[in-house]
Structure formats: C-alpha cells, structure tokens
Write a protein that binds this ligand. Structure first.
Ligand code: NAD
Length: 425
C-alpha cells in the first residue's frame, strides 16, 4: 500500500493557505465597509462544515494508493451549498475553504439562492488511467455522501474534473439512493440532464464581463489568456469571435504568442491532438512569466490561484484583467494594480457564468424540464450584465475597486440573510 504524501504540512505556507489568507483579507475589507460586528465576522470567516476523507484507490497493477479528499460547505444561509470539485495534486483543506468562501459571495452577488461549497482531491488526474479515475471518483463521492444532495450541496466541475466526472458522481449518488437523482450535480452530460450552454457558460460569462468592462468596441483589442483549459480556451474563443485579437495563451505545457493574433480554433485543435499548447506551429514560444508581462489590453488568468503577486504585478502592462480563475490576484498585487490604473474584474463576478448556468441546470432538473440554448443564454446574460452594472455603480459611487464593491454586495447579502434568520437556538 502506498500512502501519498499528505497535501498539508503544518510548517509550510501552502498555495492553499495563501489563497485562504487572500479570501480572509477580502472578507475583512468588506466587513469593515459594511460595519459588521465581530460575531458575524467570525461566523462568515468560518466554514459551516469541513470534511477531510481518505480515499483508497486500487491501481491497475494491484497496488493501493490512499489520497486525501475534502468537501467544505462555507455557508448555507441563502440556500443549498454549491461548488465545484477539483482534482489537483496541490489541493488542500485551506484552498478548498477559500474556494468555498468565494462561492458563497459569488452566488449572493449574482442573486442565485445558493450557499458556497467546494471539494477537492489531492491527486494528479493525468497520472491515472480512466478506470483508476472512475474508482477514485466513486470512492471519494461515497466518502462525502452524507453531505451532498440536490437540496443540500450540489457539486460541479472545476480544475481536473469534467462532465464524465459529474456522470460518475450522479450515478454513485443515485445507486446509493435507489433512483436517479440528476439534480445532485451540475455540469453533467446532456444525456443525463445537463443544460444546454453549461459547457461554455463560465467562458461566456468571462466574455460578457470583459466586453462590459472594456466599454468600447472589441475590434482589435489584444488579449492574453493564462490557462487554456475548460474556461480559458472557450473564453479565448468567445473573445476572438467578438473581434478581439488573442495574441497569447498558455497551459501547463507552455505558452505561445503571435503578435498578429492566434487562430484560437487552430490552437484548440492542436491541444486536442497533442495535449497542450506547446509546439503550436503558427506561434512563438513564450515563458509563463512573459505572458503576464505582455503589452496587451486584456489579461485573462484562467488557471490557478495566486499567479499575479506583488512581485510580478509591477510588470503587468494589461489595462484590464478579467479573472476567469478563482483567486488569481493576491491582495498585494491588487494594491499595485489599482495604483497603476489597471482595472480588475474580480473572480466572483467575472467567472460567475458557470454557477449561473449550473443553477439553471439544477432548476431544470428539479422541474424535469429543459430550456432551449437561447433561453439559457438570455438568462445568463441578464444575470451577468445586471451584476456587473450593480458592482460598477457601487464602485463608482463609493470610490471602491470592482473587487471591493463585489465583495461588499456579496458579503452584505449573506450577512443580511444571517440577521433575518437569527441565531438558533
Ligand atoms: P481545467 O482543468 O479545465 O483547466 C486549467 C488549465 O490551466 C489547464 O489548461 C492547465 O494546463 C492550465 N494550467 C495549470 N497550471 C498552469 C500554469 N502554471 N500556467 C499556465 N497554465 C496552467 O480547469 P477550469 O475548469 O478551466 O478552471 C480554471 C479556473 O477557473 C480555476 O481557477 C477554476 O476554479 C475556475 N473556474 C472554473 C469554472 C468551471 O466552470 N470550470 C467556473 C468558475 C471558475
């Protein structure tokens, strides 16, 4: 039996711990702005439920590995908990807690009746065969089974998971329940009750937020995208479709750049064929760090947390940053970007398209009904544009950054729900 190294080493400041520190810093700023009392602050800073599980996985060669899994429900005052599941080797309880907290504010900000949750397994899915991945997913779901359910906590895809993962989760939950429960997860395949428009929803939301923040014609606007996965690749595609010139993209394999603009569909085809952007023929290679320093109009971080820091922020030349990823910008970087006149459309606003269409998928499942692609897109656009306008107006009226305004709205709504419900007992 092999026990994989636990992802949390107490003496180490992990990237997950840094993400949680960022989330707590943003919450403290919002709480100051709203004048919340100490008790409420502590409540909002503390997850409602956190579960750490050991997930044994039988490997193809007969060995057994044991990996750590997590599910955190940060807050359920406005409705069932909602949030993705991440498979990544460096995920830990701190990262999952930060991501759950951001989900709480995001759902409140865009006005959907959910609390925030997140899940994760500290594993590299690329190192497992499809059968190992299925066994791992089903065992992890079995371990977190008491927490999840369509009225309780509804997972969705995140880094390293996809609609196949959601299908296994739906099946595992349904087998344990004794009947099919499509509403237990969102981001499912269409054949199992997925929603039209869900696969591209986060990216569509990034495009809507970017175009709203640009405030001018997208024709010829230059864009760089860090992370060419589910969110980043389609965000690049939709921005290119709108007339922007996507000049650089990256993923874990490398970064590529073409000053005249990349053929995004061509890069996507290359990634499907080769497994990564590296080696794409019609572009030059770039380092990961150089992508952040390009002289572009728009930078879309769409990979992991903590990539724009106080160290590299002074070299960021983009006029607008639209956060496809959760938590890509540290508080130290935020201050530098604000001082340099860079506008940041924060994660809880910019990438909310995913949870909005997840909510629409869940509503369809609960009603055993389905909407057309155009109905879904219209509702998504309405909620995204409404939330953007609200954040913009508060920021302008109070002299806040878009992140401060977005957090003030999201945290304020959750605080109000707590106050209205009162404290039991
Ligand atoms: P994904 O696993 O599909 O893609 C992640 C991409 O990032 C991959 O292309 C990977 O190669 C790349 N990457 C990883 N490390 C990198 C590095 N150091 N430099 C450059 N690229 C790197 O994940 P996703 O679902 O696209 O999620 C991306 C981000 O968007 C995450 O922060 C996630 O929490 C957030 N998000 C996702 C959704 C969703 O619906 N999937 C919704 C809201 C927010």
């Amino acid at each position: 039996m092999t026990v994989m190294v636990p992802s949390t080493t107490p003496a180490l400041i992990t990237p997950g711990r840094q993400a949680l520190d960022s989330a707590l810093h943003q919450l403290a700023q919002a709480a100051d702005h709203l004048g919340l009392d100490d008790g409420l602050r502590t409540m909002l800073a503390t997850p409602r439920r956190s579960l750490t599980v050991s997930v044994p996985v039988r490997r193809e060669d007969g060995r057994m590995d044991v990996v750590q899994g997590f599910r955190v429900q940060h807050n359920v005052s406005r409705g069932p908990a909602k949030g993705g599941i991440r498979f990544h080797p460096s995920t830990d309880i701190h990262e999952v807690t930060a991501l759950a907290m951001w989900m709480t504010w995001k759902c409140a900000l865009v006005g959907i009746p959910y609390g925030g949750a997140k899940g994760g397994v500290a594993v590299d899915p690329g190192a497992l065969t499809i059968l190992e991945l299925e066994r791992l997913t089903r065992r992890y779901v079995n371990e977190i089974l008491p927490l999840i359910g369509p009225e309780k906590d509804i997972p969705a895809p995140d880094v390293g998971t996809d609609e196949q993962t959601m299908a296994w989760i739906m099946d595992t939950y349904s087998v344990n329940t004794g009947y099919s429960v499509p509403g237990v997860v969102t981001g499912k395949p269409m054949t199992l009750g997925g929603s039209l428009g869900r696969a591209g929803a986060t990216s569509r939301g990034v495009q809507i937020a970017a175009l709203a923040a640009l405030g001018r014609s997208p024709e010829g606007v230059t864009v760089a995208v860090q992370g060419f996965g589910k969110v980043g690749a389609l965000a690049a595609q939709y921005l290119a479709d709108a007339g922007c010139k996507v000049v650089a993209v990256s993923d874990v394999t490398g970064a590529v750049h073409a000053a005249g603009g990349l053929d995004v569909a061509g890069v996507r085809a290359w990634v499907a064929e080769s497994g990564g952007v590296r080696g794409y023929r019609h572009a030059d290679a770039l380092t990961h760090e150089e992508l952040f320093e390009l002289d572009v109009d728009v930078l879309v971080p769409a990979a992991l947390e903590g990539v724009i820091t106080a160290e590299n922020a002074p070299r960021v030349r983009a006029r607008l940053i639209v956060e496809g990823a959760n938590g890509p910008t540290t508080p130290g970087a935020d201050e530098i970007l604000t001082a340099n006149g860079t506008t940041v459309v924060p994660d809880i606003l910019a990438n909310a398209g995913g949870v909005i269409v997840s909510y629409l998928e869940w509503v369809q499942n609960m009603q055993a009904y389905s909407w057309s692609a155009s109905e879904v897109e219209l509702k998504l656009r309405d909620l995204m544009e409404g939330a953007y306008a609200e954040v913009r107006a508060l920021a302008a009226g109070r002299g806040l950054t878009l992140r401060q305004a977005a957090h003030a709205i999201g945290v304020g709504r959750v605080a109000e729900a707590h106050q209205m419900r009162g404290l039991y007992p």
